[in-house]
Design a protein around this ligand. Structure first.
Ligand code: NAD
Length: 477
């Protein structure tokens, strides 16, 4: 018997959670339930996080959390509980299977069976944003080697455990050579450890187009956070309905399972909602707990029920459905089908076994890190880059010279184009003629900037790691 934490959530949450628990308990799930309250009531009682401290203690103690959707009240500085939970508990991996149920649920892609594995903690979601000038704001895109290694390894281990043939990586490393470049590089490094699984990389734009058009070309797709956020909804929608998909958020010690849809407040309390999304989350939870036989039994009974044409309003279509049912009746039909296999849809068979166990991240030997220069970002209201270059040259320190100025990444000095549009946010790169640059040079440059009333809004060190420059050039440099 494993103790799990359950939150029934808001809107349709309590109805779909009751249906889900009824089904998995009827199938023999060995779980003991500890319920906590999260969401709207907690928010409105003045807790802007939507969760009490005691509830965190319970979640951390039980480690496995089955969560129904919650309503985040509009305005008032309420923080999304989902994002907070992922970050606090280190739930680095988001897994979302998107499978079509043709011909029982309408879809343009009858053969689709894709699992999106999304990095869940890093990327632009680190939430580090600043306004730097009147005209320019920035968001830091942070990608780490441990983050990449953990998610890529998870994708390959998942593929192996579930008998998947191929793992595809989506990035935009032709543009973001450092951040997406690292993700792609780590993918290539780890792929060689899994010779039994095919691997490939697509640039995200054409990859996304291909996925929307020919999803059957893909099996497991792993990607950084932002791309995964967007594409996992696209994948769920084109598979048939966002109402049918569940997701798992997995960390090194804790895990959270849920439906991908929200609390659908307009449908609440009417016995209308489809519990399938949350049920899919619960099936992933059972697999995670090693209760694979129960998971298999529930999934096959659910597939059979969909095949039988017993559908809730959201998937009901006159030509394929046989009976329009409510939440409770749908759950009863799945329970009645426990032990049955689907006839047309492929029955699932989950490998007996342990939950995925990934090796802990091992920090590598540090590289030889060498300072090569500095970028000073300045707020300057002028428009002529040559004029700014003359000002910035005044800051030069002996061998340390102004090398380049860019505006929004595009080189505007030396030899810029008049046509390039410039904002009030400029990057001025300083490097030494001899290649030597010391931290003191930065201090001297900043003092000189202050003397000349130059508004430096940020600095960024330029490093080489093991002799390899590790910073981007200006566009056109
Ligand atoms: P939603 O997913 O709740 O609803 C979108 C549409 O899908 C609605 O028409 C709804 O009726 C329908 N729908 C969703 N789930 C269904 C189900 N199980 N059965 C039948 N129909 C279903 O999205 P929304 O309306 O944008 O958001 C409502 C609330 O949910 C908001 O407060 C939002 O913050 C919250 N939300 C929570 C989560 C979560 O807790 N994981 C995720 C998304 C949105």
């Amino acid at each position: 018997m494993t103790k799990i934490t359950v939150a029934k959530g808001d809107g349709i949450g309590p109805e779909i959670m009751d249906a889900t628990l009824d089904i998995i308990l009827a199938a023999g799930a060995q779980i003991e339930i500890e319920e906590i309250e999260v969401g709207e009531k907690v928010y409105l009682a003045g807790n802007t996080a939507g969760i009490a401290k005691e509830s965190w203690d319970i979640i951390r103690r039980n480690k496995v959390f089955l969560k129904a959707p919650i309503t985040t009240p509009q305005g008032g500085g309420y923080k999304s509980l989902n994002v907070t939970t992922r970050k606090f508990l280190g739930l680095y991996s988001n897994v979302r299977p998107c499978m079509s149920l043709h011909p029982f649920v309408k879809t343009k892609h009858p053969l689709m069976d894709v699992v999106i594995i999304r990095e869940n903690e890093e990327d632009l979601y680190a939430g580090i944003e600043h306004q730097q000038t009147d005209e320019v704001v920035q968001c830091l895109k942070l990608i780490s080697r441990p983050g990449c290694e953990k998610i890529v390894r998870y994708a390959f281990e998942y593929a192996r455990q579930y008998g998947r043939k191929k793992v595809t990586c989506f990035t935009k490393d032709n543009i973001m050579k450092q951040t997406d470049g690292l993700f792609h590089q780590v993918f290539d490094e780890i792929a060689v450890e899994y010779p039994d699984i095919e691997n490939e990389h697509w640039i995200i734009d054409i990859g996304a187009a291909k996925m929307a058009d020919t999803p059957e070309a893909f099996d497991v797709i792993v990607m950084p956070n932002l791309y995964g956020d967007v594409l996992s909804d696209v994948a769920a929608q084109i598979a048939g309905s966002v109402g049918l998909a569940g997701s798992a958020n997995i960390g090194e010690s804790c895990a959270m399972f849920e439906a991908i849809h929200g609390s659908a407040p307009r449908r609440a309390g009417q016995n209308l909602a489809n519990p399938s999304g949350l049920l899919q989350g619960a099936i992933m939870m059972l697999n995670h707990l090693g209760q694979t036989e129960v998971a298999e039994k529930v999934q096959n009974a659910w597939l059979r029920t969909i095949e039988d044409g017993i559908h809730t309003y959201d998937v009901y279509k006159e030509d394929v459905s046989k009976q329009k049912v409510g939440t409770k009746e749908f759950a009863a039909a799945v329970i009645a089908n426990l032990g049955q296999q689907p006839q047309q849809l492929a029955a699932v068979s989950y490998a007996k076994g342990k939950p995925l166990q990934l090796p802990r991240y091992q920090r590598k030997k540090p590289a030889n890190k060498e300072l090569m220069g500095i970028d000073l970002f300045v707020h300057w209201p002028g428009t002529n880059p040559d004029e700014l270059a003359n000002l910035m040259k005044e800051l030069e320190v002996e061998e340390v010279k102004l090398k380049m100025i860019t505006n929004r990444g595009i080189k505007v000095w030396p030899e810029g184009f008049e046509e390039t549009f410039c904002t009030d946010h400029w990057r001025c790169r300083y490097q030494s003629q001899q290649g030597k640059f010391i931290k003191n040079d930065t201090i001297t440059l900043l003092i000189n900037a202050m003397k000349h009333e130059i508004d430096v809004v940020k600095t960024e060190n330029l490093y080489a790691f093991d002799g390899k420059p590790a910073f981007s050039l200006g566009q056109g440099q």
